[in-house]
Design a protein around this ligand. Structure first.
Ligand code: ZN
Ligand code: ZN
Length: 273
């Protein structure tokens, strides 16, 4: 009798596990996809976006000029390229992040480009070397960090030297692929594990400073968010992803690891047929 009970229990736990696993798989494609109800995307006129995309100069000035203006956004159609592959190794001086740059959530495109698998290796300094004078993110700097899912986080400018969130259209996850198939976030990210958890880290800047989750800069100001998009918060300096310019970071507060900027890209942005 006791043996029978044992088997019942075994079967119960086993099937329970199976069900949980199946649910996970069933929801795989949609479990991280985000509802955009809280965002007032596309709330400017064509002319507003034209002016905003051409702004340059001081971070605070651009923020004043674009106050309340949300990015241009357009839902794209879903496609699949590959599963997300990312490893993080803990070495002496660096965290070494190897990634195929394919996100762990659904991909959507609203432009002619689709993502291609990359083989990126980012080295994140474990001890940030804080600088006397921060390094401003110039138009030449396209990538500024890497999300925990291994996907590139972009600087504010696009390849035309304009402010990307006003000049281009982000997809429903806050990113898109470029003509060489490099998927990158400009905003959010709006899909993925860490969505909507204010205290959570979403990625690393190339200077070794954490980038924390998405906040409204006007609400989240334990200490004011500075021109680099960071602040001292509970004893640590970190950047935030914000709902306004510059999305991720406006300057590097510490020295970025140079080779992170020179990652070789695959050059294929063909969409699956
Ligand atoms: Zn872009
Ligand atoms: Zn904070």
């Amino acid at each position: 009798m006791r043996l029978l009970l044992f088997f019942y229990l075994l079967i119960f736990f086993y099937t329970n596990k199976l069900i949980a696993h199946e649910l996970f798989l069933e929801n795989k494609d949609i479990k991280h996809d985000y509802s955009h109800d809280n965002f007032n995307f596309n709330n400017g006129s064509v002319n507003d976006y034209k002016i905003a995309s051409n702004l340059s100069g001081d971070t605070i000035f651009i923020q004043e000029q674009t106050n309340g203006l949300f990015p241009r956004q357009e839902n794209g159609s879903k496609y699949f390229i590959a599963d997300n592959k990312v490893t993080i190794q803990n070495e002496d001086n660096f965290l070494v992040i190897k990634s195929n740059n394919i996100p762990d959530h659904s991909l959507f495109t609203n432009n002619p480009n689709c993502a291609a698998e990359q083989s990126f290796t980012f080295k994140i300094p474990k001890v940030p070397e804080f600088l006397e004078k921060p390094i401003k993110i110039s138009r030449e700097i396209q990538e500024v960090g890497v999300a925990l899912n291994g996907v590139v986080l972009s600087g504010p400018y696009d390849s035309e030297g304009k402010i990307a969130i006003y000049n281009r259209k982000i997809g429903q996850c806050g990113g898109h692929a470029d003509p060489r198939g490099m998927y990158h976030y400009h905003y959010g990210p709006l899909c993925g594990e860490s969505v909507n958890m204010e205290s959570k880290q979403i990625g690393w800047a190339f200077d070794g400073i954490k980038i924390m989750n998405f906040v409204d800069r006007n609400v989240h100001n334990k200490t004011k968010i500075d021109e680099c998009n960071g602040h001292n918060h509970d004893g640590e300096y970190h950047y935030h992803s914000t709902n306004s310019y510059p999305s991720f970071i406006g300057c590097f507060k510490a020295r970025p690891y140079e080779a992170n900027f020179r990652q070789k890209r695959a050059s294929n942005s063909a969409c699956p047929k």
